[in-house]
Design a protein around this ligand. Structure first.
Ligand SMILES: [Zn+2]
Length: 243
């Protein structure tokens, strides 16, 4: 079997046997995969400490179903500033766990790869911010096809113009105008337009939310993510503790 060269982000690392490492990677070329790096904890030459959480690497590997074989790695970015700050670690760990759960094995997704790299770069270079987290999440839902309608009420088609009161319906994964709402959670009219802006700018740090808007965006995004993940993630509990 031929070796392939890929670029990847390290999502999860597990020590295995005496000196091996098993890593879960999100690769640009092959999507998510798991690989074993034989003797990685002894061979600094082939892996050079590259198989660290949140690191971005170039890798030579032999793709195999189930467990690929990692042959060599070199570091593109270690994201070392993330590791100096527990809140940054919590954000990065949550992003990596979401990636591990929501992205299927072996399906490349270049847009998502770029988003994940941009989020880790942002965390590495700037203080962690709740607005950036929500920016990441709405882009993740959008790329995976899980975004709710943010431009108009899906029931009566009236546009979300930033002034009319709105309601979020967790069980329907939808935001409607107040007129079309049965029971649900009130959200500020400006929130869907703000989330829409997060999808059109493509750059972290460009959209600002008030604390109230951030809380409403959090209600919508946490509910939607929970609906697709199907369980409470350990990394989310940790993130809530450190925030
Ligand atoms: Zn409506």
């Amino acid at each position: 079997m031929r070796s392939s060269n890929v670029e990847a982000v390290v999502l999860k690392v597990m020590e295995y046997r005496e000196a091996d490492v098993i890593a879960t990677l999100f690769t640009r070329e092959q999507g998510k995969l798991r690989g074993i790096a034989p003797n990685a904890r002894k061979s600094r030459k082939r892996f050079g400490g590259a198989l660290d959480l949140f690191a971005r690497l170039t890798l030579t590997l032999r793709i195999r179903e189930g467990l690929s074989r990692l042959e060599e790695a070199s570091i593109v970015s270690l994201s070392s500033h993330i590791r100096e700050d527990i809140t940054k670690v919590a954000h990065a760990a949550y992003a990596c766990e979401l990636t591990d759960i929501l992205l299927p094995d072996g399906m490349p997704n270049l847009r998502y790869y770029r988003l994940l790299c941009a989020w880790l770069e942002r965390l590495d270079s700037s203080p962690p911010s709740p607005a950036d987290r929500r920016f990441f999440e709405i882009n993740l839902l959008n790329i995976l096809g899980y975004r709710p309608e943010l431009g108009q009420c899906p029931v009566c088609d009236s546009p979300f113009d930033g002034t009319k009161p709105l309601t979020f319906h967790p069980s329907a994964h939808a935001v409607t105008c107040r007129n079309c709402a049965g029971a649900g959670i009130a959200v500020r009219p400006t929130v869907p337009p703000l989330l829409r802006s997060c999808l059109s700018t493509g750059r972290f740090g460009t959209i600002s939310f008030s604390p109230e808007e951030l809380a409403d965006a959090g209600t919508i995004l946490d509910n939607l993510i929970m609906a697709h993940v199907g369980k409470e993630l350990k990394s989310l509990r940790f993130l809530r503790e450190v925030e």
